[in-house]
Design a protein around this ligand. Structure first.
Ligand SMILES: C[S@@+](CC[C@H](N)C(=O)[O-])C[C@H]1O[C@@H](n2cnc3c(N)ncnc32)[C@H](O)[C@@H]1O
Length: 249
């Protein structure tokens, strides 16, 4: 983890919001999704069809949980010094928030996983073109100041035939589930988040940003406009509590 990342004003604001909730992030994440976020990260990894020789990049990795699920699936346990065919660590996680990222390496190490954590901006990544087979981002895209720039950047570092997997919330479907989910995120999440992190406004922001972020067809249309992908698919999770997207280059 280094300190030399240059951030815009808006990005500095986002990053310092995550700094303030970093220590309680994992706990609150489990509480407010009843552990479902864990199941959905596993579903993302299932859908990616990752193989043990793939090079994987987890964007906005935060405290590294999705990178850890990839490591588990790729059976890289006890391979602390393993390298893939390009002679790099098989899994890389990137995030611009030092305080979130700092928590990740010890989690990986204690499980014996070889993951390379890099501090950096998802909209401008320090990686060569066409370097990764599988690229992921969980609950990160809506926080990035320009999501489509981030998607273009992910496509740049993705190999031909590679895929980008996204797990994200967004404007929920007008279903009964969707109605209760909105109530829960509007009232319960800022309350729980406020108690455990001491920063209620961060969790109010997280709710507001997810109720306005496009989902399903609307987001798919934005991805299509880039003309970068041969196929774009999505799945709703629990009637719109979250969505999974798979973009194939
Ligand atoms: C809600 S957390 C998600 C963490 C993790 N992926 C997970 O599944 O729990 C969002 C993360 O996005 C990161 N982030 C937001 N914008 C970013 C950017 N432009 N570049 C890198 N990281 C960014 C934040 O620092 C934060 O750690």
């Amino acid at each position: 983890v280094n300190n030399s990342v240059v951030l815009s004003k808006e990005e500095t604001k986002i990053s310092s919001m995550f700094s303030s909730i970093a220590k309680s992030y994992d706990l609150i994440n489990d509480l407010m999704t009843f552990g479902l976020a864990r199941r959905w990260r596993r579903q993302l990894v299932d859908w990616s069809d990752v193989s043990s020789t793939d090079a994987v990049l987890d964007c906005a990795t935060g405290t590294g949980d999705l990178a850890l699920v990839f490591a588990q699936r790729m059976n890289s346990k006890n391979l602390l010094n393993s390298k893939n065919k390009d002679n790099t660590a098989p899994i890389t996680g990137i995030d611009f928030c030092k305080e979130m990222l700092e928590l990740a390496p010890s989690k990986a190490k204690s499980r014996g996983y070889n993951i390379n954590f890099v501090q950096g901006d998802v909209m401008n990544m320090p990686f060569k073109d066409k370097q990764f087979d599988v690229i992921s981002i969980a609950y990160g895209l809506r926080n990035v100041s320009d999501p489509i720039i981030a998607i273009r950047e992910m496509a740049r570092v993705c190999k031909p035939g590679g895929r980008i997997l996204i797990l994200e919330t967004g404007a929920s479907e007008p279903t009964v589930n969707g109605f209760f989910i909105r109530l829960f995120f509007k009232y319960a999440v800022p309350f729980i988040g406020g108690i455990f992190s001491g920063n209620r406004s961060a969790y109010e922001y997280l709710h507001k940003s997810s109720s306005v972020f496009p989902a399903r067809r609307k987001l798919v249309e934005q991805f299509q406009e880039t003309e970068l992908f041969s196929s774009i698919e999505y799945r709703s999770l629990l009637g719109g509590a979250s969505y999974l997207y798979k973009l194939t280059i």
